[in-house]
Design a protein around this ligand. Structure first.
Ligand code: AMP
Ligand code: TRP
Length: 329
């Protein structure tokens, strides 16, 4: 069975973008692949997080993983800091990554372009830790949204370079990006990715949003003045995004949805999209509430950490030997 690994960085509440671009796919894949899914809590602190809020977000994220259908019998679910090998291999990966490579990472470039103050060294070297996350488990595939493709490609470069220098050590992983839903856009500005750092809060739907609030965000989503329901991503990006959201959640093709609503007003289509999204959120939220106050989470996470540690420690030991870090005594 091929192995798959992915992580989510819950700096805030998980969004519909996380669900469509990542989580939902993990659930689909867990039957066919040996699945490892982790909460990237070390990645969260590349930017300051209020500690109590961070801790709550981590717990919520685990409960939401389960509520979205990740099954601990099929998938190994764990917290990054429960497996200490991530931090050590992350450092080793940083020693095998060139400054030029990190300077080319668009996520980092975007942040520096905005002239944000107090950017940390952790944020800069984040792709090295991400490479370690993946390579520790010898994953064949890494299912991610479009924004993470560049980081997985860097992981491949680092793995290949390491293998050339020290002899075959790592499996070189491939990114797996869904054809539909890999980049869900903001509802208030369809030129931007739907993101938990949305300042206005209108463009982003959170998995735990009140259903009325979620519906309102969709009904007031920015569209265009063309007035025709069709697929024109360039000129009607807001409309395209709404159709893509509905298509991802229903597994209907985008064309099929266009055919149903062609010739009608945008309001009708928005109502349909809102119905689809709210039905999905309601299912997830009901399960979330069943899970959040049980001891189930502790058990699942400690079981996951045990399984993950077995593989990660073995990889790390092998890497330490290859590099010459070990001495015999
Ligand atoms: P993050 O929340 O940044 O840790 O992202 C976790 C996963 O969700 C990654 O695989 C991202 O690529 C994916 N993701 C985040 N935002 C979106 C979005 N707007 N559309 C599609 N996928 C997304
Ligand atoms: N960098 C990813 C994000 O922000 C989260 C992440 C960390 C990840 N480590 C990973 C995803 C390893 C896939 C594999 O979305």
């Amino acid at each position: 069975m091929k192995r798959m690994l992915s992580g989510i960085k819950p700096t805030g509440q998980l969004t519909l973008g996380n669900y469509i671009g990542a989580l939902r796919n993990f659930v689909k894949y867990q039957d066919e692949y040996e699945m490892y899914v982790f909460i990237a809590n070390l990645h969260c602190i590349t930017e300051y997080q209020e500690p109590l809020q961070l801790s709550k977000n981590l717990t919520d994220a685990i409960a939401l993983y389960l509520a979205c259908g990740l099954d601990p019998k099929k998938s190994t679910i764990f917290l990054q800091t429960d497996v200490k090998a991530h931090a050590e291999l992350g450092y080793i990966m940083a020693c095998n990554t060139y400054l030029g490579e990190l300077n080319r990472m668009t996520q980092f470039k975007d942040k520096t372009a905005k002239n944000e103050k107090n950017l940390t060294a952790g944020l800069y070297t984040y792709p090295c830790l991400m490479a370690a996350d993946i390579l520790l488990y010898n994953a064949d595939y890494v299912p991610v949204g479009d924004d993470q493709k560049q980081h997985v490609e860097l992981t491949r470069d680092i793995a290949q370079r390491f293998n050339n220098k020290y002899g075959k050590t790592f499996k070189v992983p491939e990114p797996l990006i869904a054809k539909v839903g890999a980049r869900i856009m903001s509802l208030s500005d369809p030129s931007k990715k739907m993101s938990k750092s949305d300042e206005t809060n209108k463009g982003c739907i959170y998995l735990l949003d009140d259903l009325k609030v979620a519906r309102k965000k969709i009904m007031s989503a920015v569209t265009d003045s063309v007035g025709i329901i069709q697929l024109d991503k360039e000129n009607q990006p807001g409309l395209y995004n709404l159709i893509e959201i509905a298509s991802s959640l229903t597994d209907r093709s985008m064309n099929d949805i266009v055919d149903e609503f062609a010739g009608q007003g945008y309001g009708k289509l928005k109502t349909y999209v809102a119905d689809v999204v709210c039905a999905e959120l309601e299912k997830i939220q009901n399960k979330y509430h069943d899970i959040i106050n049980t001891h189930l989470l502790d058990e699942i996470m400690s079981e996951g950490a045990k399984k993950a540690n077995l593989i990660a420690e073995q990889t790390l030991k092998n890497v330490e030997n290859k590099i010459g870090l070990k001495i015999k005594y």
